[in-house]
Design a protein around this ligand. Sequence first.
Ligand code: ADP
Length: 260
Amino acid sequence: MLELRSVSRMYGQGDARVVALNQVSLVVNAGDFISIVGPSGSGKSTLLNVMGGVDRITGGEILFDDQRFDLLSEEELTTFRRNRLAYVFQQYHLVPSLTVIENVALPMVFRAAGRDITRAWQMLERVGLRHRASHRPSELSGGEQQRVAIARALVNDPALILADEPTGNLDQASGRQIMSLFMELNDEGRAVVMVTHNLQLAQCAREIVELTDGRVVSRSTVPDRRLPSLRGIEKELADAAPGLANDNIMGVPPQGGNHL
Ligand code: ADP
């Protein structure tokens, strides 16, 4: 479905030049679930952004369904993204002035899908939040907001879901719920590529790709794909940052107060 051939992304010039991606080759097939891991600054977000066509590459080529994705104009890219891709971000990016159901239906409006928003209702039901349809995002917990964002991502039936630290702002129980949803969506045949720095959550994928200094240093299959136990996640945090384990397993403090 998606193929990156020797893709590079450089920023800046001369002494200020940064090589964010260095000749990365990677294939994503329908039904894949890939976790991208690596230290901070290793190029994970850049990789996701070039896959989603929100950042331009400076070398190599990208094919999506055998079409040269990197050569599309901005307008063509926007249409392509709307029809084939969905993004899920750490910060949810819901529109605060719209209700939950309006947020979920938003991509359908851009796609001129007409006035029938049945699918938006179905997707909201799918993430278990139909009863919250008329609420504003600020009235929901962080986990609920992320579920709304996922419903919105699904509304145009994307072939590929790109997720950048989707549980980064959530407590452990909400994070597990989100991961379980991604696993379910993947079991139905959707490809998922997820950036995470949490090695326990990375195990929810079928494969793990590790980046270092903008290069792929390993790609391994997850032998026993599973949702990690809460205890396992806590332990990872305790090892990394003793004393914090009971507060926030995802390593990033909730922003704007406690969501849950
Ligand atoms: P990660 O997601 O693994 O933390 P990033 O993809 O965000 O890494 O960044 C990879 C490298 O590219 C880093 O050195 C970062 O500073 C650099 N970089 C990312 N975006 C830009 C930009 N817009 N301008 C200059 N450098 C950037």
